[in-house]
Ligand binder design. Structure first.
Ligand code: CXF
Ligand code: ZN
Length: 380
């Protein structure tokens, strides 16, 4: 994809109107620069040009801004979103203008070893390309899209594999949630851990992904779903989505004793990405049980296990990237569960805000004290 050709906005581009976009100027900046003059690259072969209609704010956007997760600056942030196809590049036969799509930050190329191995969530082909192909332009400067996306923009260009077609009656804000939080959380339960009915489980961290894990556990028929979060304001939400008990971290041992006789839970699912919470998840799991690591942690978070405890406890450590999901299969699967009333997606939307208020939304997530499940940026 050439970044010389710009179809919307940019300097001297005549007819095409520039687009609004929230740009991280430098890694470490606490605020995004909400501009009205961004340009979007022209779709090359096998690309699609999408008008974003709803974008979710995920904690990984905050983590990319502060340098915990890898990102390039300047970059348009946002990796969860949905919209409608405006145009397709050469070679795109199965998408057309007007189609409704969910953006995925792991577009499965379909041909690499990981895709052929049945692990398309590990496909890095488009991810690697995103680090060398800026998708936006501000002034004369190329601007990257975070995680190959950049959904905090009115329009963006994606590889065709990054736009998953969904039914036209699925509201954009529901479609947006599926792109990251829901697929990551529900997928961790159904795909990575394959939780069996009747299991006991503890979920550590009750943000948008943690709530999705709780919903996944309810779907899987878990008998006990313990939700752990230091922010007590999140406990009522956890219960609304299926938690059978809630506690702050200091009460976990007591609940483990009460509910499992001290043996530990069949599954402990960590959705924070910190060494302390990963260690707590390990300690909460029964011998032979599974510790599922969903949290997107940074490189400085080191977790210690002794060789002896790993061997003696035979707890399985199951990292889960993008819910081990195949977005081509699983996004539609989530839509079917939502249609059947078995996934509550409307209830996950705690707040709607325009792109001009994106910094307020990011700040609310950063301070961690609010009981927001998901905030949706609207583009009316
Ligand atoms: C992240 C993982 C790293 C890239 C961006 C998205 N996952 C969930 O938020
Ligand atoms: Zn995310």
């Amino acid at each position: 994809m050439s970044h010389a050709a710009v179809v919307a906005g940019g300097p001297g581009l005549g007819e095409e109107k520039p687009v609004k976009a929230a740009v991280l100027k430098e890694i470490g900046d606490a605020r995004l620069d909400v501009r009205s003059d961004a340009g979007v690259v022209a779709p090359g072969p096998n690309d699609v040009h999408v008008r974003i209609r709803a974008a979710g704010i995920c904690h990984s956007d905050v983590s990319a801004m502060n340098g915990t997760l890898p990102a390039l600056a300047p970059g348009v942030m946002g990796h969860e979103g949905a919209g409608e196809v405006l145009a397709v590049g050469d070679g795109v036969a199965d998408l057309a203008p007007g189609d409704r799509v969910t953006v995925t930050f792991v577009p499965p190329c379909g041909g690499c070893r990981d895709c052929l191995n049945g692990q398309p969530h590990l496909c890095a082909v488009h991810t690697i390309a995103a680090f060398t192909s800026p998708r936006f332009e501000v002034g004369a400067e190329p601007v990257f899209g975070f995680a190959g996306c950049g959904t905090f923009a009115e329009e963006l260009v994606l590889p065709r594999d990054g736009a998953i077609k969904i039914d036209a009656d699925v509201p954009f804000e529901i479609a947006a949630l599926l792109g990251c939080g829901v697929l990551t959380g529900v997928g961790a339960v159904l795909n990575t851990a394959r939780v069996e009915p009747g299991s006991t489980a503890v979920v550590i961290g009750c943000g948008g992904v943690g709530i999705s894990v709780i919903q996944g556990l309810r779907l899987a028929g878990a008998a006990q779903i313990v939700a752990v979060d230091p922010i007590t304001a999140k406990h009522a939400d956890a219960e609304r989505f299926g938690a059978t008990r809630t506690t702050t971290p200091d009460g976990l041992d007591e609940l483990k004793q009460e509910l499992t006789g001290g043996a530990g839970f069949d599954y402990a699912i960590e959705v924070v990405g910190r060494s302390g919470t990963i260690r707590a998840a390990y300690d909460a799991t029964r011998r032979g049980g599974s510790v599922v690591i969903v949290g997107a942690g940074g490189p400085e978070e080191k977790v210690e296990f002794t060789a002896q405890e790993l061997f003696i406890n035979e707890r399985k450590i199951l990292p889960s990237f993008y819910g081990s999901a195949d977005p081509r299969r699983d996004i539609d699967r989530m839509v079917r569960l939502w249609r059947a009333g078995r996934l509550d997606l409307e209830g996950m939307i705690s707040r709607r805000l325009p792109l001009t208020e994106i910094n307020d939304g990011l700040a609310a997530l950063r301070d961690g004290n609010s009981a927001l499940v998901r905030q949706i940026v609207t583009f009316d």
